[in-house]
Design a protein around this ligand. Structure first.
Ligand SMILES: C=C1C[C@]23C[C@H]1CC[C@H]2[C@@]12CCC[C@@](C)(C(=O)O1)[C@H]2[C@@H]3C(=O)O
Ligand SMILES: O=C(O)CCC(=O)C(=O)O
Ligand SMILES: [Fe+2]
Length: 345
């Protein structure tokens, strides 16, 4: 999947040394908009996976209304999530020049860098990231040439494994809520080849949070994304019915599930891909970890045939994850429109 990242080449600029600046530099100063208010009277659903009698229909409703929900009793141990947070903080608190040794190359997927969508915005975001596809060992050695990097690698690899497992379980529930059976879902292709990318986000303490942007509004390109917020608020989701930003309050140990653009396509637009952003704050260095789950490399994702009929023609053309990422890298938030069928009479 290496070539997938070619599309994001231009955005591979070096992050700011956040510790070295006192105020918010002009390069990172956004004009605050009041267009869409913050909505504190609503919140996204919290679904208990242990209560299996109810989970599937609650998930279906959440995907239709929000495109996002939180899950508890998901089976990933809190101790592993705490270790994940610890190792993520350990990475991002390294001196800037040390992190720069592990910069993501334009060919590779693993490494340190700015959010890939940075090139679409006139101002830079108050964040840095580290992506891991496959083994993080090579980059971890660059980050900690003397020190032990085995712990970092073990924790990341364990998380990749568990998050792949949870993603597969969630895909079953999400597609199940659309009436698709086990047999149908098998058609997703050989599950063993599903792809996943672990992405660590860091949002340092910010001198002027109201004029900064942690991660600009976007939808994920994945089928679905699992997100661990590490107990610090910052994630906000756009509510299309009330036209405002709804904070996703962190719940200890809970994992946020985001429906991505490819699932929106697969559901023939029944499910929303959630528009979301991350805001920053003055006191806490916030970290979060996202796991982007996508289809096997060569699988063309298209609206599920069972969900289409003459009254509901397929709204999108078939695309692979790579093709979609390329479209996203060129058209950003217009990518879905580019894939949309024009002749859906
Ligand atoms: C597999 C993926 C998913 C990517 C692109 C590629 C690698 C890194 C992901 C992110 C991580 C940060 C937000 C985002 C919006 C970004 O800029 O890079 C994501 C993007 C997407 O979901 O489109
Ligand atoms: O940090 C967050 O809460 C959001 C991260 C995110 O949206 C992403 O990595 O795609
Ligand atoms: Fe995201």
């Amino acid at each position: 999947m290496n070539s997938m990242s070619e599309s994001f080449k231009a955005a591979n600029i070096i992050p700011l040394d956040f510790k070295a600046v006192l105020g918010l530099p002009d390069s990172h100063t956004w004009t605050p908009t009041t267009e869409y208010p913050l909505i504190l009277t609503e919140s996204v659903p919290v679904i208990d996976l242990f209560d299996s009698s109810n989970a599937m229909s609650l998930i279906g409703n959440a995907c239709e209304k929000w495109g996002v929900f939180q899950v508890i009793n998901h089976g990933i141990a809190i101790d592993l999530l705490s270790e994940l947070e610890l190792q993520t903080r350990r990475l991002f608190t390294l001196p800037a020049d040390q992190k720069l040794r592990a910069v993501r190359s334009s060919e590779g997927f693993t490494g340190y860098g700015l959010p890939r969508i940075s090139s679409f915005f006139p101002k830079l975001m108050w964040s840095e990231g580290f992506s891991i596809m496959g083994s993080p060992a090579e980059h971890a050695r660059q980050l900690w040439p003397q020190d032990d990097h085995t712990n970092f690698c073990n924790v990341m690899e364990q998380c990749q494994k568990e998050m792949m497992g949870l993603s597969e379980k969630m895909i079953g529930l999400v597609l199940g809520s659309l009436g698709l059976t086990h047999e149908d879902v098998k058609g997703l292709g050989c599950q063993a080849q599903a792809q996943g990318l672990l992405h660590l986000n860091s949002y340092p303490e910010c001198p002027d949070p109201s004029r900064a942007m942690g991660l600009a509004p976007h939808t994920d390109s994945s089928l679905l994304t699992l997100l661990y917020q590490c107990n610090t608020s910052g994630l906000q989701v756009f509510a299309h019915d009330t036209l405002g930003w709804v904070p996703v309050d962190p719940i200890t140990g809970a994992i946020v599930v985001n429906i991505g653009d490819l699932m929106h396509i697969m559901s023939n637009a029944r499910f929303k891909s959630a528009l979301h952003r991350a805001v920053v704050n003055k006191i806490h260095h916030r970290v979060s970890v996202a796991y982007f789950y996508g289809p096997p490399r060569d699988l063309k994702v298209s609206p599920w045939i069972k969900l289409t009929d003459p009254d509901h023609p397929p709204l999108y053309r078939p695309v692979t994850w790579k093709e979609y990422l390329d479209a996203k890298a060129t058209h950003f938030n217009k990518a879905l429109e580019v894939i949309r069928n024009t002749t859906s009479s």
